[in-house]
Design a protein around this ligand. Structure first.
Ligand code: HEM
Length: 399
């Protein structure tokens, strides 16, 4: 029995091996969103045991046979082209704005949120709602007034429900009653599952969680990746051409960037009973911070130059080139292969991943820095994110 008045001890692990061990230990359960229940309660990432695995199986059903091939050949190019075109025509873009617009739409499609008008205003409205959700989800680390954040989350939930979720549910119900096929998305899987019947509020938070999980991390990863690649190119035309001509190499470079910039620098777990984990004697309720940022720079695994961007580094078999950026264990990212792709196998069609495909498209349009407008750090977060990232599209750079 635990002592209800005892204060939970807080530990941290930062080596690659300890991080993996904590993330895969069934005693250790999700704790990062404890203060963000208004938006995160019962979302997949907060569950464990049977409830987690049943939900995950249903939602994983989105990635059925042929999904990645169709996504790469058709879905992604069709989604990217209309968003990218006006920026290319204007000759420049802010990569943060562009990245969010693309990834918000891609993520909404995967989650099952229809955009009925297809306008920029609609994408921006959804983005604003999702930003509010994320502020609520990470309340534990926020310096903002908690009551005010929770009130904003409640208002955003109501708006989300009216404008986006309810019409998307209704459309799917109408398709079902007309005997028409449903779109392949998480919402359709949940509405038609024989295994699960989620209450309305749980369904709402689950879809809201998907929108957060996909949009921010993909947009930020794309900006960091292009940044690392432009630094690596450093004006060398042959290096730029290699990235455009060799998708496997480009993917390798993006994985190296993902390793250095995990979307969330830490994971947090709580012991659900007393146990010894990686040598730590934990009481029930004790917390362990898993420092993914440090684990991904563990010199024992990534070598003496682990802090540096070096896409040519040699790795032992079984070590992911992107490290633990997509997590590990039961909560390992469901969008990993979709976003990061799958490491090239000889003779097989390369599954690029959304982030490498976005970076490839930007480079093919001659994306490069604007010397008089350098990127600016985001002042609203302690995390290493850019607040603005101006690029120009210089077609003279493209062979
Ligand atoms: C570069 C992009 C992304 C990164 C770096 C990333 C990273 C992560 C990480 C680290 C976790 C585990 C968190 C933990 O253990 O506490 C996670 C979980 C998850 N991610 Fe991602 N993610 C990305 C994109 C996506 C996308 C596009 C989707 C949409 C399909 C997605 C869906 C999920 C889901 C559903 C989970 C929870 C899985 C579970 O609890 O079983 N992620 N992600």
């Amino acid at each position: 029995m635990s002592d209800a008045n005892a204060v939970a001890a807080q530990h941290e692990v930062s080596s690659y091996a300890d991080a993996m061990a904590v993330l895969k230990d069934p005693v250790m359960v999700q704790a990062l969103y404890d203060a963000g229940r208004a938006v995160m309660a019962d979302a997949l990432i907060t569950l464990h045991g049977e409830e987690h695995s049943q939900r995950r199986i249903v939602e994983f059903g989105v990635f059925g046979r042929g999904f990645f091939r169709d996504y790469q050949r058709e879905v992604f190019p069709a989604a990217l082209a209309p968003v990218l075109a006006p920026y290319v025509q204007a000759g420049r873009a802010d990569l943060i704005e562009l990245g969010y617009r693309v990834t918000m739409n891609l993520t909404a499609d995967l989650a099952g949120i229809d955009r009925r008008s297809g306008t920029v205003e609609e994408t921006e409205a959804l983005l604003q709602i999702v930003r509010t959700f994320s502020t609520g989800a990470t309340l534990a680390h926020s310096t903002l007034d908690h009551d005010a954040v929770n009130a904003a989350v409640a208002a955003a939930m109501a708006q989300f429900d009216d404008r986006f979720l309810e019409p998307s549910i209704q459309r799917r119900r109408q398709l079902l009653s007309a005997g028409e096929p449903l779109p392949n998305d998480v919402l359709s899987k949940l509405l038609t599952s024989d295994r699960l019947q989620l209450a309305d509020d749980v369904l709402r938070r689950e879809i809201a969680f998907y929108l957060q999980a996909g949009a921010h991390s993909t947009a930020n990863a794309t900006v960091h990746a292009l940044h690392n690649l432009l630094e690596w190119v450093d004006g060398d035309a042959a290096r730029r051409q290699r990235l455009v001509d060799d998708p496997a190499w480009l993917q390798r470079c993006v994985h190296e960037s993902l390793r250095l910039h995990p979307a969330s620098p830490v994971a947090l777990r709580r012991a659900r009973r007393a146990a010894t984990v990686v040598g730590l004697e934990l009481a029930e309720g004790d917390l362990v911070t898993v420092n993914l940022h440090a684990a991904n720079r563990d010199q024992l695994v990534f070598g003496a130059d682990a802090e540096r961007f070096n896409p040519s580094r040699e790795l032992d078999a079984g070590v992911w080139p992107f490290g633990l950026t997509f997590g590990y264990g039961i909560h390992a990212c469901l969008g990993r292969d979709l976003d990061g792709g799958v490491v090239a196998k000889p003779g097989a069609e390369l599954q690029m991943g959304i982030v490498p495909m976005m970076v490839q498209a930007l480079l093919k349009h001659g994306a490069s820095w604007i010397p008089e407008e350098p990127p600016v750090d985001d002042p609203n977060t302690e995390r290493a994110h850019f607040g603005s990232y101006p690029v120009k599209f210089d077609l003279d750079l493209v062979a």
